[in-house]
Design a protein. Structure first.
Length: 103
DNA sequence: CGCTTGACACCGT
DNA sequence: AACGGTGCCAAGC
C-alpha cells in the first residue's frame, strides 16, 4: 500500500526539516504525489508519521488531517525550529530531499 | 515579471 | 468501475 510507503519516508524526515509530497512520491519511485497527500490525509493520526513535516512543493502547508485551518501544523513546525510564515515554509532552508534512486 | 485560474493525473475507498 | 480528494504543471493576462 502506498500509504505505508509514504509513512515510512515521512518517518525518516529529520526534525527541523520539511519535505514535499513531490519529493516523497519521487523517492517512492512513483509520480502519484497526489496520492501522497491523499494518503497522509487519512493517516495523520499515526504518531510515527509526522505528516506536519510534509508541505507542498511551493512550501505552502498543504493542510493537516484534511483541515486546511489547522495552524497547528505551522506551529508545530516552528516548534521544531522551522520558520513558518503565513503557512509558508522556507524550503530553501528546510526543504529536505530524500536520496533518489539513480534513474 | 508576477500572479491567478484551469485542467490533468494518480491513488484510495 | 466510478467518484472523490489532493497536488503539480501550464497557460493566460
Amino acid at each position: 500500500m502506498f500509504n505505508e510507503k509514504v509513512l515510512s519516508l515521512v518517518k525518516q524526515i529529520p526534525r527541523g526539516r520539511v519535505t514535499t509530497y513531490r519529493e516523497i512520491a519521487r523517492a517512492l519511485g512513483t509520480k502519484a504525489y497526489q496520492a501522497v497527500g491523499n494518503a497522509l490525509r487519512s493517516n495523520p493520526d499515526a504518531p510515527f508519521v509526522p505528516c506536519h513535516r510534509v508541505v507542498k512543493n511551493d512550501g505552502c502547508v498543504g493542510g493537516y488531517k484534511g483541515v486546511k485551518d489547522s495552524r497547528v501544523k505551522a506551529e508545530l513546525l516552528e516548534k521544531e525550529g522551522v520558520i513558518v510564515t503565513d503557512g509558508i515554509i522556507d524550503m530553501d532552508k528546510y526543504l529536505f530531499s530524500f536520496h533518489y534512486p539513480v534513474s
